[in-house]
Design a protein around this ligand. Sequence first.
Ligand code: PMP
Length: 407
Amino acid sequence: STINDITQYRRDFPALHQEVYGRPLVYLDNAATTQKPQAVIDVLSNYYSADNSNVHRGVHYLSQKATDQFEEARRTLRQFLNAEHEHEIIFTRGTTESINLVASSFGRAFVKEGDAVIISGLEHHSNIVPWQLICEQQKAELRVIPIGQDGDLIMEEYEKLFDDKVKIISLAYVSNALGTVNPVEKIIELAHRHDIPVMLDSAQAIQHMTIDVQKLDVDFLAFSSHKVFGPTGMGILYGKEKWLDKMPPYQGGGEMIKTVSFEKTTFNSLPFKFEAGTPHIAGVIGLDAAIKYVQKVGLKSIRQYEEKLISHAVDELAAIDGLSFVATPKHRSGAISFLLDGIHPFDTGEILDKLGIAVRTGHHCTEPIMDFYGIPGTVRASFAFYNNKTDVNKLKEGILKAQKMLG
Ligand code: PMP
């Protein structure tokens, strides 16, 4: 099915229907976080009003009910990502924690002195710093796939980074700063030819496109619930069983153990080995509702609708004198970064804000990208499927107004 009329879906998101500074909100900061549909809000409210209890521990009614909903979410996620096993779905606090888990655990087990880890020039800080930390600890080297002016990875250079020292590759599926969709199928295929596992930071892909981890044959995949209409403080790590089984625990505590004595502790099986402590139960159940909501709308339809909307937005913005795009990637999803001649991004953002238009300005936690372009930051408009042409028109009017006031 195709999305012709977005109005019906916009109604599902109460936060979209408010005024800021006396103007209707135009929410174009979806790469930072997405709004929540009523279905998710209701599930959260119901959990805390009626079902609140700890999971996996109690024999009592409420604990059983909470545990059932909690494990139902794992089934939903397995199916959503088309993972082979439910126990390959690990609940974390978000993309950041999922990446730290793999960097720390895989890193300690498999990255040794003199080895190398590959990331890309398009990474969010959360897919740079955890790898830097483990490389420093293990005396390993961090290699970076360079980017070109268009904001695409230079694939010829990627191939040159391989030798037998490389132990893992971790990169963004979609860049949060530039909107670049990386050719992950090709990247994974090449890495696997060298027997190197690949981790995808899918924080910016998860709400925009269908992800099939078996079809991609990706080894690890991370995303945050709040980027796909679910609660904050909740995320997913998918990992192939063959890797997760060989990796040591990331954190120690309750739930992740089989037996504990002062002399020796044995660890629980997957996925619990990587889920120490009381999890964000409401977050897990809320993400379940969010994923079910997305499945109802359909990611294929979302992708089609968004591609049209984004290309419309690119055309409209390109027609503005004195506006330049920071990057022009071959495939774009979600975000458009731009600059206005002679105007600091922060000032543009401030004027847009007063007009009710929420965009993000700054380095977007991607300082190396800003350094590459030699700029302090960008103005970033980022879209979700509930945005429409009215939002694009208001953004355009807002930019023209900002130019008049500041130019
Ligand atoms: N990677 C990318 C590409 C992102 O866009 C973000 C969020 N801006 C993150 C990682 C980090 O996500 P979180 O803060 O939810 O852990």
